[in-house]
Structures are given as structure tokens and as C-alpha cells.
Write a protein that binds this ligand. Structure first.
Ligand SMILES: [Zn+2]
Length: 73
């Protein structure tokens, strides 16, 4: 019964194979779970980082910039 191959434990393996080697099982899992191939795709885009002179909180010349930077905001 071919349908049995699609049980949960085989699902990512089968989808990975179906991708022709483009995706690993982990990629498939991440795509299904997070909607992206790698969790790193959710990391903040470097373009989103504050401009020079601006604090991570978005304020220019923020008096608490050091605290904001180091506290992780
Ligand atoms: Zn700040």
C-alpha cells in the first residue's frame, strides 16, 4: 500500500526525496514548521539594523544606547 509510505515518520524523508535532492529532510521540516528553509531566515536582516548614530531602540543619540545595546533590548 503506497499510502502507508506517507505516514508521519516518513513524510519529511519522502518530501525531501521528491524535491530531487534540493531539500534535505531538515529543510522540509523547517519549511513546514516555520515556512522557511532555515530558521536563520528569520534572523533580523542586517538592513534592519539601526543607522549609525541611532540606538537599537530607534532613537537618535539615545542617552541609554549602551544599556539598550547590551541588554539585547
Ligand atoms: Zn535606546
Amino acid at each position: 500500500m503506497r499510502q502507508l509510505e506517507f505516514d508521519f515518520s516518513n513524510r519529511y524523508k519522502i518530501l525531501a526525496e521528491a524535491s530531487g535532492g534540493k531539500l534535505t529532510e531538515e529543510d522540509v521540516y523547517n519549511l513546514e514548521t516555520y515556512g522557511a528553509k532555515h530558521p536563520s531566515e528569520f534572523a533580523p536582516d542586517p538592513a534592519d539594523e539601526p543607522k549609525p548614530g541611532y540606538c537599537v531602540c530607534g532613537e537618535k543619540d539615545c542617552p541609554d544606547e549602551y544599556a539598550h545595546m547590551t541588554s539585547g533590548y
